[in-house]
Write a protein that binds this ligand. Structure first.
Ligand SMILES: Nc1ncnc2c1ncn2[C@@H]1O[C@H](COP(=O)(O)OP(=O)(O)OP(=O)(O)O)[C@@H](O)[C@H]1O
Ligand SMILES: [Mg+2]
Length: 326
């Protein structure tokens, strides 16, 4: 394919990554000594998840795809991230920050079907770190065409950080995807230059526009508003109900097949990865909807942000229902 004649470079930016530690301790009690059954540590954060899923896709596709992950990473607990990047051939351009990346501890009691979460504080961004990050991004501009900005902003960053970065990247001719929420999303959607691609879920979109979106018509109207402001592709994800995708005058609804859900962590991030790969391959909107949904569905059938083998993924894609929306 002509699109893949030159190797495409994708950067994912994760300013607020997270290390998830899941401890299984069936029947555990507070204020007691409890036996545990297992512990798993997963390197996460939205941009890291997007990179991980894109790497799985790239490993099984004919075209060559180079993936670079950047952002801010705590130097004291970077090992799980480094192992993931190495295993998936993701270039590591993360700026190392003194201290620890935030850790999320999950204590799971399978027997009682209960989960207890303890979220530790993470890194704060300081002006010198942001200057280093800015230099890292400048260096990546030379050989990457697509930038994915994903997840929340750590303490210390202005809510309009993404808005400013989107403008800088788009002025440099880059394709920019943004997946965030709250004030950071508001600022990016109110800016003069919007990202090429945005993928809010229905709750994030409703919060960003400051109105409830109860019907399909409300959602389509809201997504069209973002196109009117300058976005090229808007995907509104709706959890198990699928997603609504709009580009230009076209709108489609993608409904996922029913599958055995193992973990919905990373469902949205996988959809972003699917949309980015669809952009790189120049897919039509219906085909992009099908691919992106198959990435999400494949992801939720396993733990962590990973794709199943290609044959299984193609099976899900064939079962996604895509219909035109007026
Ligand atoms: N229970 C489910 N069954 C089938 N598909 C699902 C389910 N949950 C999510 N999906 C698929 O994943 C896509 C993205 O999910 P969702 O809307 O929950 O993203 P999100 O809220 O951004 O998630 P994230 O927590 O990753 O940010 C959906 O459009 C759908 O295709
Ligand atoms: Mg999301």
């Amino acid at each position: 394919m002509t699109h893949q004649a030159r190797s495409s470079g994708v950067v994912t930016l994760t300013l607020n990554p997270a290390l998830d530690m899941t401890v299984r301790a069936d029947g555990w009690r507070q204020n007691a000594v409890n036996p545990g059954q297992s512990m798993q540590i997963d390197a996460g954060g939205k941009g890291v998840n997007v990179a991980s899923v894109l790497a799985d896709w790239g490993a099984e596709s004919a075209g060559s795809l180079r993936i670079t992950a950047t952002g801010l990473l705590g130097a004291d607990n970077a090992e799980a991230f480094e192992q993931l990047f190495e295993a998936k051939h993701i270039s590591d351009a993360f700026v190392r920050v003194p201290g620890q990346t935030r850790v999320g501890v999950k204590i799971v009691d399978h027997a009682a079907q209960e989960t207890t979460d303890i979220n530790l504080p993470g890194l704060s961004a300081t002006p010198p770190l942001l200057a280093q990050l800015s230099e890292s991004l400048d260096a990546l501009l030379t050989d990457h065409d697509v930038f994915v900005l994903a997840g929340s902003l750590p303490p210390g960053m202005a809510p309009d950080y993404y808005a400013g970065l989107v403008a800088r990247l788009r002025r440099a001719g880059k394709f920019v995807a943004l997946d965030t929420s709250g004030p950071a999303l508001n600022a990016a959607l109110d800016a003069e230059i919007l990202p090429n691609l945005v993928k809010p879920n229905n709750h994030e979109l409703s919060a960003a526009l400051g109105r409830s979106l109860d019907t399909g018509a409300d959602l389509v109207g809201a997504a069209r508003e973002l196109l009117g402001r300058g976005a090229e592709i808007v995907a509104v994800s709706l959890g198990e109900d699928g997603a609504l995708l709009l580009r230009g005058g076209e709108a489609v609804r993608a409904t996922p097949p029913r599958v055995q859900v193992v973990s919905t962590v990373g469902a949205g991030d996988s959809m972003v990865a699917g949309l980015v790969s669809s952009h790189l391959d120049g897919l039509s909107l219906p085909d992009a909807a099908r691919r992106a949904t198959s990435f999400s569905v494949g992801n939720i059938t396993r733990l962590g942000a990973h794709l199943p083998p290609r044959a299984e993924l193609d099976g899900y894609a064939a079962r996604v229902e895509v219909s035109a929306v007026r």
